[in-house]
Design a protein around this ligand. Structure first.
Ligand code: SF4
Length: 233
């Protein structure tokens, strides 16, 4: 067997091992969330909603909080808002299965009210651990609370969704260099139909371009990691 083939096999085993340890670490986070009582929202939940998607996703979608259907199913963005998100992702050239989807708080606020600042503060370490583990290239922040919180964590100045939606910014979250792009929450477009057009324009335009950039960067990084590995061997 050629030495190049042996090196490629070793690199494959290395990636497999990395995948297993990432999965194990992720399961620890999910388990901690499932028994979490760090804020009052634990009293109202049926299920925690940690998030779902590939653990090596280049693109992460971060929403605000689970709603009724999400609470019942323990999954993010199901129901009407979830269907609209799926359609919007398609406009940006993404399938739902290619994206990691989560929220800034993992339990449903009663009556679908906005999450309170203290609830966000209590829950945000879980999101930061998810970002540190998954290392997305692009974070799509949907809704004002998600966008404002991510800007604050990155030390960026938030003004309003009207001004900042569709704008791509560089940031560092949990030690990971990412790009953040904010847009409206799909649920808002269900109540205010004119917003749907704005959302569609964001996903067809700036978000699609940001996704293409993120996927391109991801390809470069993978090629680089193989070359690094071969160089070290
Ligand atoms: S919302 Fe977050 S911090 Fe609050 S109980 Fe649920 S998992 Fe814990």
């Amino acid at each position: 067997m050629s030495s190049l083939l042996l090196l490629l096999q070793a690199h494959g085993a290395y990636l497999l091992d990395e995948g297993f340890s990432r999965r194990r670490e992720y399961e620890v986070i999910v388990s901690e969330i499932s028994s979490c009582r760090k804020c009052p929202l634990h009293r109202y939940r049926k299920n925690t909603v940690p998030g779902e998607g590939p653990l090596d996703a280049s693109v992460m979608v971060v929403g605000e909080a689970p709603g009724r259907r999400e609470d019942e199913e323990g999954r993010p963005f199901v129901g009407a808002a979830g269907k609209l998100l799926d359609a919007l992702l398609e406009l940006a050239g993404l399938s739902r299965g290619a994206v990691y989807i989560t929220n800034i708080v993992k339990c449903r606020p009663p009556g679908n009210r906005d999450p309170k600042e203290e609830e966000i503060e209590a829950c945000i370490p879980y999101l930061l651990r998810q970002i540190a583990l998954i290392k997305p290239k692009l974070v799509i922040a949907v809704g004002r609370h998600a966008a404002r919180t991510l800007y604050r964590l990155a030390g960026l100045q938030w003004t309003s969704m009207t001004r900042l939606h569709g704008r791509l910014v560089d940031a560092k979250l949990a030690g990971v260099s990412v790009k953040i792009i904010a847009t409206y929450h799909p649920a808002a477009a269900l109540y205010k139909p004119p917003l749907r057009r704005v959302l569609e324009d964001d996903f067809k335009g700036p978000i699609k371009r940001a996704v293409e950039l993120a996927l391109g960067l991801r390809g470069e990084r993978r090629a680089g990691s193989l070359l690094d590995f071969l160089g070290q061997s």
